[in-house]
Design a protein around this ligand. Structure first.
Ligand SMILES: C[S@@+](CC[C@H](N)C(=O)[O-])C[C@H]1O[C@@H](n2cnc3c(N)ncnc32)[C@H](O)[C@@H]1O
Length: 247
């Protein structure tokens, strides 16, 4: 992290910005994703931000299995499903034969790549929080995107998910969770490790929570994970999964 980042993205500044709602105006994550350029020398998964290490592959595979299982339980065949932060379309491709899958992403580079994979599917380019969607969805899922939603917009995020969903719609959100007590103080507002307890509290305003658990091993923690895996804090193995139904 450079000196400028250290001075403008730290616990003290971030909490002032969050308290005043300015974190949503001063956020950089969306800008960084907008500037994303697809790298043809990397795999589609690497472009989406994930390595091919065995631990990442295993963790991704568990989430994919759970997503398929939950969609089968809750969404009729050909039902409308929205991928929030679809990136290059890996999950959409996996589901496209069974559901009518829509994607939204703020990055043009990501959507160009997703469009090549899914030429007939409908995509929305822009920030999920400010887009007007034309259809209702029976499910919304998201893999590794919640960390880019500003803290002061978390309520707006869950409210919007509920608004664009049909009754009893399924919400499936995989996110990097808080791994230390320090994470609860928002040291990096461009990659937020949300507290599972906080996510349950806000999401339950609009959704009945089915579960909110560690996405690799199914453990439940509260404020933060006291025994995270001794791997990089951004490894997919350290992640959480919220499954909920619209109230
Ligand atoms: C780590 S990538 C994950 C991509 C995809 N979900 C996957 O797992 O393959 C995060 C994606 O979220 C998108 N994103 C971040 N904030 C967003 C927002 N507010 N609205 C729409 N897309 C967003 C980024 O452009 C990026 O493509």
């Amino acid at each position: 992290m450079g000196l400028y980042s250290l001075l403008t993205n730290n616990i003290f500044i971030n909490n002032i910005l969050i308290a005043t709602g300015m974190d949503a105006k001063k956020e950089l994550a969306v800008g960084q994703w907008k500037a994303f350029k697809y790298d043809e020398n990397k795999s589609i998964q690497q472009n989406a931000g994930f390595s091919h290490s065995p631990e990442v592959e295993e963790s991704l595979s568990k989430v994919k299995t759970k997503l398929i299982e939950q969609l089968k339980l809750n969404v009729p065949v050909k039902g409308n499903v929205l991928d929030f932060g679809c990136g290059p379309g890996i999950y959409m491709k996996m589901l496209a034969n069974d559901y009518t899958v829509f994607g939204v992403d703020v990055s043009e580079g990501m959507l160009q790549s997703a469009h090549k994979l899914l030429p007939t599917n409908k995509f929305y380019l822009g920030n999920f929080l400010s887009i007007s969607f034309e259809e209702k969805y029976q499910a919304i899922y998201s893999i590794s995107v919640l960390e880019y939603i500003p803290v002061s917009k978390i309520d707006t995020f869950f409210k919007k998910c509920a608004e664009v969903m049909s009754d009893k719609g399924l919400l499936f959100i995989q996110y990097p969770h808080a791994l230390t007590s320090l994470d609860l103080l928002y040291p990096d507002r461009n990659y937020i490790n949300y507290s599972p307890e906080f996510i349950t509290k806000i999401a339950s305003r609009y959704f009945a929570i089915v579960e909110n658990k560690q996405s690799y091993d199914g453990r439940e923690t509260c404020k933060y994970d006291k025994v995270p895996y001794p791997t990089s804090s951004k490894s997919f193995k350290n992640g959480y999964l919220l499954i909920a139904i619209k109230k």
